[in-house]
Design a binder for this molecule. Structure first.
Ligand code: FEO
Length: 395
């Protein structure tokens, strides 16, 4: 019985991955409104068969059953580990137990991780370096080291004859929907959100990886999350922009307000920026999806942070957001901070400490006692105009 849909994405290449429609959080941090997929691929040559990556814990049986619809799952020759993170590598021990002759292919750093995380024995690991290849019979897998995308051991695999690139997390998207990019109406925003969450801190390494693959002829990009790109140019073009840190005349505004004083300040700032023609993404933090914030950080040129003082410092939700901005390394250039307090300040000082350790130029700040006065609103209008001029001063 053929229970599963196991599409042949290119001649002799089968998608044997998992659609996890019900998963709602990743890394105990990132919301997954559309679930996700763990894409694994079976490549059948004339003589040998390779499995490229595996799946998340709990889906081992489904993986082996899908492989079983194509070939004998106890007779794999190679398991390629592009990345050691458990969402792709946790089923490696299971598959190596099933296929007792299978050899694990990975980078030198990957070998170390395979031993620690997945208890793979030395004698069953073959390490590869940049440019190494293995023959499957009419199909050649070439390996491209792509460190820090987003772990140190990561590599891409390129199937030369079919011109298929398997880049693991790079070019990924957290959605369980669609097999191919054309099946998802708006895939680029989903991919952008994923980039913001996972790849943005490693933009420079991403640029290097794009440079490494620029001369490859690529017909299909088959990442490890989300749809497979039959039209690779549109995700390649998006990644060129995102890794280069290209920003728009756009400000992301993130705030929290307890008794509306900060919100009133933010409203004036937003009205000013809009009147100056600046695109705005606005997030009221207690109700915000941090994945959407990560997405808008990818191409925003400025950030406005608003929060009250609570117990001598930043409201904890704002502190969390500011720290997130810091670690995601977005290409933000300018910032402004608006804050209010009941009887003593402290939030502004703390926000400046956090943003001070980034490359963001803080254009203006205002910390007030209680709700904003007419004079305060005027100061915010002036600050908004100044911030707009900075945003518009570069292309
Ligand atoms: Fe999808 Fe880094 O694992």
């Amino acid at each position: 019985m053929k229970r599963y849909n196991v599409p042949e994405i290119s001649e002799g290449v089968f998608w044997v991955g998992i659609k996890d429609f019900n998963r709602r959080i990743f890394d105990a941090l990132i919301p997954l409104p559309q679930g996700t997929s763990y894409n694994a691929y079976l490549v059948k040559g004339k003589e040998k068969t390779a499995l490229i990556d595996t799946v998340n814990p709990g889906f081992e049986k489904e993986l082996i059953e899908k492989i079983g619809q194509i070939t004998d799952p106890t007779d794999l020759d190679y398991i390629v580990m592009n990345h050691a993170e458990p969402d792709h590598a946790n089923a490696i021990p299971y598959m190596m137990q099933a296929s007792k002759e299978a050899v694990l292919i990975t980078t030198e750093k990957g070998a170390k991780m395979a031993k620690i995380f997945h208890r793979v024995q030395d004698e069953r690991i073959k390490t590869v370096k940049d440019g190494d290849a293995i023959e499957l019979g009419g199909k050649t897998l070439k390996f491209i080291e792509a460190p820090m995308l987003h772990w140190p051991e990561t590599m891409f695999t390129y199937l030369i004859e079919n011109k298929v690139l398997f880049p693991c997390d790079f070019f990924g998207a957290h959605t369980a929907f669609g097999i191919y990019d054309e099946d998802v109406e708006e895939i680029i925003p989903v991919a952008k959100r994923y980039f913001g969450e996972i790849m943005m801190p490693f933009r420079n390494m991403g640029k290097k990886a794009l440079d490494k693959i620029k001369d490859l002829e690529i017909k299909i990009i088959a990442p490890s999350h989300g749809p497979i790109y039959k039209n690779p140019e549109r995700i390649l073009e998006a990644y060129r922009k995102w890794t280069a840190g290209e920003t728009k005349q756009k400000a992301i505004v993130v705030y929290v307000s307890m008794w509306n004083s900060t919100e009133a300040m933010i409203k004036t700032m937003v009205e000013t920026l809009l009147s100056e023609g600046i695109e705005i993404s606005l997030y009221n933090l207690p109700h915000a999806d941090i994945g959407e914030i990560a997405k808008d950080l990818v191409d925003s040129r400025a950030i406005v942070l608003g929060m009250p003082t609570v117990l001598g410092g930043m409201h904890p939700i704002a502190m969390n957001a500011a720290n997130l901005v810091k670690v995601l390394h977005p290409p933000l250039k300018y910032g402004a901070i608006l804050s209010s307090y009941g009887w003593a300040g402290g939030a502004l000082r703390q926000a400046l400490e956090i943003l001070g350790s980034t490359k963001i130029e803080v254009v203006g700040t205002l910390e007030i006692n209680g709700p904003p006065s007419a004079d305060d609103h005027q100061k915010i209008v002036e600050m908004g105009k100044q911030l707009s001029n900075k945003i518009k001063s570069e292309r």
